[in-house]
Design a protein around this ligand. Structure first.
Ligand SMILES: [Zn+2]
Length: 164
C-alpha cells in the first residue's frame, strides 16, 4: 500500500499491481456507488478485496492485544447499545449531585458511574435484546418501541428504577 519511502501508492497503482485493468474507471462514485454494482469505481473494487474486508483496525488490534474483546455496535442505534443506557443513567445521577468545586465534580463522576445497580444493568441489556428481537421480526420505529415497552412490562418481575 505504500512506496519504499512510505508514501501511499494510490488506488490505481495498488489495483494494477493486483492485476486489475483500471483504464477508464473513475476513482470514486459521487455521492455514493450505485446499489448492486461491484466494479463501478476504483474505491469499490478496492474495498471488495478480501484482505481489505478482513483488515483489523488499529483500534481493534490495540484493544485485543491488551487482552480485551472489541465489539463494534451499529452506529446511530443507541437502543442497541446497553452502554449508552448505562451512560445516560450515570449522567442523570451526576446532574443530581451538588458540586461546588472541581474535586467535587470528579468525585461525583466516579460515584455516579458506580451508582448503577446490577439489576439495572441487566435491564439495559435485556432491553437491547428485546429491540434486537423486534427488529429481527421486521418491526421498525414506533412499532418496535411499542413492542419492546410492552414486553418489558410483562417480563419485569419487580419495579426497577430504569423502567418505572
Ligand atoms: Zn462506485
Amino acid at each position: 500500500m505504500t512506496t519504499e519511502s512510505g508514501e501511499a501508492k494510490g488506488l490505481q497503482t495498488v489495483l494494477e499491481e493486483r492485476g486489475f485493468d483500471t483504464k477508464g474507471i473513475r476513482a470514486k462514485c459521487s455521492p455514493v456507488c450505485p446499489f448492486e454494482n461491484e466494479k463501478c469505481c476504483l474505491a469499490r473494487i478496492f474495498n471488495r478485496q478480501e484482505d481489505v474486508i478482513n483488515q483489523v483496525s488499529m483500534l481493534e488490534e490495540l484493544i485485543t492485544k491488551a487482552g480485551h474483546h472489541c465489539i463494534f455496535l451499529p452506529k446511530f442505534h443507541c437502543e442497541l447499545n446497553p452502554i449508552e443506557m448505562y451512560w445516560g443513567y450515570a449522567k442523570y445521577r451526576y446532574r443530581g449531585v451538588f458540586k461546588n468545586t472541581f474535586a467535587d465534580a470528579k468525585a461525583a463522576v466516579l460515584s455516579s458511574l458506580q451508582s448503577c445497580p446490577l439489576d439495572t444493568l441487566r435491564h439495559f441489556i435485556n432491553r437491547t435484546w428485546r429491540f434486537m428481537s423486534a427488529y429481527r421480526q421486521g418491526l421498525r420505529g414506533k412499532v418496535a418501541e411499542w413492542a419492546v415497552k410492552n414486553s418489558a412490562h410483562t417480563h419485569c418481575l419487580k419495579a426497577c428504577n430504569a423502567c418505572h
